[in-house]
Every structure is written in C-alpha cells, then in structure tokens.
Ligand binder design. Structure first.
Ligand SMILES: C[S@@+](CC[C@H](N)C(=O)[O-])C[C@H]1O[C@@H](n2cnc3c(N)ncnc32)[C@H](O)[C@@H]1O
Length: 295
C-alpha cells in the first residue's frame, strides 16, 4: 500500500484479540476510516462479516475500494455511529459479536485540507462530515467570548482559555478569522513563550482539539453511540474502544463502567508496545478498553 493512503491501524493485534475476531461472527466497525481494522477482522476468520460506519464520505470511498474483494462479507454506511441502531435495522441484524470504536480523527484528516492541524495553512473547517453546516470558522467568528472560553477550557483543558477567547474576539472585530495559521498565531500570542518555545508541541494544539470536538459534537456522539451500540451486543460479545487523549479516555471509561449487563475485561487500559510507537508515533497516546456482555 502506498504511503499516501495508509493509515496504520492502531493497537491492531490487541483489537482483534479483545474482539475475539478469530472466532467467526458479525462485527461492527463504528469508525471505519481507512478500513485497516475492518480488513484485519475480515482476514481473521473467513466466516466474519463486518458492518462499517463512518461519517466521512472520503473515508467511505477509500474503504469501499480497499474492501471490494471481500464482496458481501462487508457492508459500508455513511452515517454517524450514534445511528448504529438504524444501520443494523437496515441490515436486518438484531445482535452482533463485537463492536469497535477507534475514535478521533484519522491520518487522512490530518494530511488533508480541512484545517485539522495547526501545522498547515488551510481554511478553518474541521468537519468530519461535510454535509454538516457548522464549521470551525463559524465557531471562531460567531460564538460569544464566553462560549468560546468555555469550549476551549472544557474540550481542550486549556488554562489560558479565557485569554484566548478574549483575543479571538478582539481580532475578529478587525477582520474575520479564516485560516488555521491565523488562529494558531492568535493562540500563540496569548500563551507565554517560555511555556512553549523550543518544544515540539504547538501551543495551539489544545485549542484546535477543543474546536474540533465542538464542531463534530464528538462527545455527544460517544455518549449516545456507545450505550446504543451496547443494546446490540450478544451475551459474550464485546465492545472495544480506542481513545487518543485523556479527556476522551475518561469519558469512555465512565460510560463503559456504567453499562448495564457488561463487565470490564481490561483491568488497565491497553497501550501500544514500544515497537508500535516507534513504527507509528501517532499511536503513542492510544488507550484501548473493552467490555463484555454478561447477561
Ligand atoms: C481513527 S479513524 C479510524 C481508523 C480505522 N480504524 C482504520 O484502521 O483505518 C476514526 C474515524 O472515525 C470517524 N468518526 C469519528 N467520529 C465518528 C462518528 N461519530 N460517527 C461515525 N464516524 C466517526 C472519522 O471520520 C474517522 O474516519
């Protein structure tokens, strides 16, 4: 596979193991992305079927091509994973053996042109699903200072949230904020240089994370999607969730712990091996948690 179109699936062996993918069954990949996990599930047992869901049309197109050779063992839906019930109803499926959530943005988003990263000059968009109206540009230019400050604090855990919001509002009075670099530069101007100069992490990363989570309603999707998915898991079946930052992991940990009729099967979150991190540095913050239906 060419480097251009490769999203290395994170915690792949561990995901297959916790899903018990070698046993043969019906699985849902709730975050299909490049289709890496789905392809591995399909290869793990010739009897496996996968229903793949993604809210990003480009991901769907890519996955359709990649998975073409598996024929009707795979069905692909352009939807939010909170709509899993509707998707399974359309498939005529009541119960599945395992469901995977590999949350967050994909490699393709970061390498694309939708303004997901602070490192490239692009229009402020950040929508995973481009059918949606709200963009990052709307958020930055239209919300009140207070709303912006709350979002940046809540979803970015950014202690300079108030100052950043104030500066955004001051600057946008002069000129609409249109690009990633403009926003990154505003954040940079507010955070004391001694806290970021010479470090690898850009000072605007937390603000970008916050706006992305808000634009895509990521936490609402998780709060609705996981409990909804749980309804469709057979006894003995599993839900596996991979998160990429502490805020997301805390939310998922709580939701999984509180699912009725499920037990947590990962005492501690599973993290990538040193080898995986070396080969794919983007995996370094990944954590996998799994639960199993017991009744
Ligand atoms: C980390 S990537 C998944 C990568 C995939 N496991 C692979 O191996 O290629 C996450 C994907 O989930 C999708 N996604 C995020 N939130 C979603 C949601 N609420 N509903 C459906 N898809 C979502 C994103 O568009 C993205 O393509």
């Amino acid at each position: 596979m060419k480097g251009e179109i490769y999203h290395p699936p994170v915690l792949l062996k561990e995901s297959l193991g916790y899903l018990k993918a070698d046993k043969g069954g019906i699985f849902v990949d709730a975050t299909l992305g490049g289709g890496g996990h789905t392809e591995a599930i399909l290869r793990a047992n010739p009897k496996n079927r996968v229903i793949g869901i993604d809210r990003d049309e480009e991901a769907i197109e890519r996955a359709l091509k990649r998975l073409e050779s598996f024929g009707d063992r795979v069905s692909i839906y352009h939807a939010n994973f909170s709509q899993i019930g509707k998707v399974l109803e359309e498939e005529g499926i009541d119960r599945v053996d395992g469901i995977l959530f590999d949350l967050g943005v994909s490699h393709f988003h970061l390498r694309g042109e939708r303004g997901f990263t602070v490192w490239k000059e692009q229009p402020l968009d950040m929508r995973m699903d481009r059918r949606q109206k709200l963009t990052a540009k709307d958020v930055v230019n239209k919300l009140s200072e207070r709303e912006l400050s709350e979002i940046i604090f809540k979803y970015g855990e950014e202690r300079f949230a108030r100052k950043i919001a104030r500066e955004i509002v001051r600057r946008r009075k002069k000129k609409e904020i249109e690009t990633t670099k403009e926003l990154a530069e505003i954040v940079e101007s507010v955070i004391p240089k001694k806290l970021w100069a010479g470090r690898k992490k850009h000072p605007a990363v937390k603000t970008f994370q916050a706006i992305r989570i808000y634009v895509n309603r990521e936490f609402e999707e998780i709060e609705r999607g996981i409990p909804e998915a749980a309804e469709f898991v057979k006894t003995g079946g599993r839900i596996v969730v991979i998160t990429f930052h502490s805020l997301e992991d805390r939310l998922v940990k709580n939701i999984l712990k509180n699912l009725e009729n499920f037990k947590v099967v990962t005492k501690k979150p599973v993290q990538p091996t040193e080898e995986e991190v070396r080969e794919n540095p983007a995996s370094r913050s990944a954590k996998l948690r799994a639960v199993e239906r017991i009744g």
